[in-house]
Design a protein around this ligand. Sequence first.
Ligand SMILES: [Zn+2]
Length: 456
Amino acid sequence: MSLSELLYELSPVFMQNFFCSLEGAKIYRRRFGENFFAVFDEIKDRDRLPREEMEKLKTARMRTQLVAAYENSEYYKNLFDRHAFDPYKFEDFETLQSLPLLKKEALQENLLAFLNRHVSPASYITLHTSGTTGAGLVFPESKRCENEKWAVWWRYRTNLGISLDTWCANFGGKVIVPVKQSKPPYHRIIKPFRQVSFSMYHLGPDTVGEYVKVINRKRLHWIHGFPSTLSYLASLMQEKNLVFDHPIRWVTIGAESLLPHQKKIIREVFGTDPRQHYGLSEPVANISECEHGSLHVDEDFAHVEFLPLENESGRYQIVGSSFANDALLFLRYCTNDIVTLPDKPEQCPCGRIGRVVRDIEGRKYDYIVQKDGSKIMILGHIFRDMVNIREVQVKQEKSGFVTFFVVPSERYTEEDEALLRHEIEMRFRIDYAIEYVDKIEKTERGKLRLVISELA
Ligand SMILES: [Zn+2]
């Protein structure tokens, strides 16, 4: 545990609220500083461009990125020369098909060769990401790109009627209330973001009443979180006959795919349909639900390809190329996330030309059962700083005990194991073992399942 984490854990609640707001203010200034509003202004109506203008914009943005990558990155210089690909004459997205797909492992192994040598460190931030496979990646993202990513996310929210001043009941994956704490409050206040941030790690049959009480007392109209957490909250409320005493106007979800039974119980208990968007740390694709309930590709943000899965009609992998990240180009980057598409392209009554996706199967996570019998989600993001882990799988055979199967890279050391143990112990009330293996069995669809539960 770092000194600042220890300090946080030992502080009284009001000090923790203060630290949250302080840290929040720092991130807020970076994310929503002056530049954000300029970018937001520029892009807020761009999802409504007519088809031809959109194509023009996309082509110009892609060309700029390809040229910059060719001139400033060793990997792309070699790649384009080898394929006789001329970035200066780029006109047609079809021609990208002659270039290979990019996998996260290739970036992980050889990140330096991909970087734009001439971008100054002051103009980017460092991002940490994980995915369904749990393999971590650390990469630079230009500040402009961060602004644009948040602007696209906020465009989706404002299209639904949420504004930047709306207070939010947020159920995120961050450890915001120390796991050892066993009495309320189970939330902290992050003022700059207008967020009441709830701990999903403390949610259970005995504590759910506290959560509802706080949402009622603070009259929060917007609830955001992982669908598995929100549907768990809804089912606990139903079980305990708890209700909100004011209407919930928006339920937004992210990071996981929304399953039909989750949608049903959220609608029943919260009284409103959950809205979703798909985005990831790597700025290669974004999909937003519009006010008519269609999932549209944000065509202006990145070039998104849907790669058909072998022997599976209607199911596609999302592959994306970034338009906005000057520090590092992602070109035909495999997300390993899956969508289903309608049989023929659909026109949405909202008038946006962004392609419509039927369903985002994306990332499906599962629960494990802790020592006290409470259920908790395992999320890929707990492994996000573990750049030396290739793959990981979590297996539960009995309640309260979990085995982590880890495929380490050559660079994996004892320090990585210590970090892994720290991340596990900070979040979960479980006994556990770590086992190192050469590979992890994939599902018949070739995907890696993060959690295998053999509990009834
Ligand atoms: Zn629409």
